[in-house]
Design a protein. Structure first.
Length: 74
């Protein structure tokens, strides 16, 4: 049977391990939050690029349509 000292040491070790695990979990959570923020920022930037490209494509299409109409008139 375990002595009181052995039980106390084992309990202290378990408590220490639990604190370390909790600290590590907190770090993982914080990194996940940071990663999410980076992903959101990157997504927003990419959305702006896509919108800009779509605007350019629409302008080019309008110019091509106008050129086709002018060519048909000539």
């Amino acid at each position: 049977m375990a002595s009181i000292t052995e039980i106390f040491i084992t309990s202290a070790d378990i408590a220490k391990y639990m604190r370390e695990t909790s600290d590590f979990s907190e770090q993982i959570k914080n990194r996940a939050i940071e990663s999410k923020e980076i992903i959101n920022t990157t997504s927003s930037v990419l959305d702006n690029y896509v919108a800009s490209i779509e605007e350019s494509v629409n302008k080019v299409n309008a110019l091509a349509l106008n050129a086709t109409i002018e060519a048909a008139r000539a």
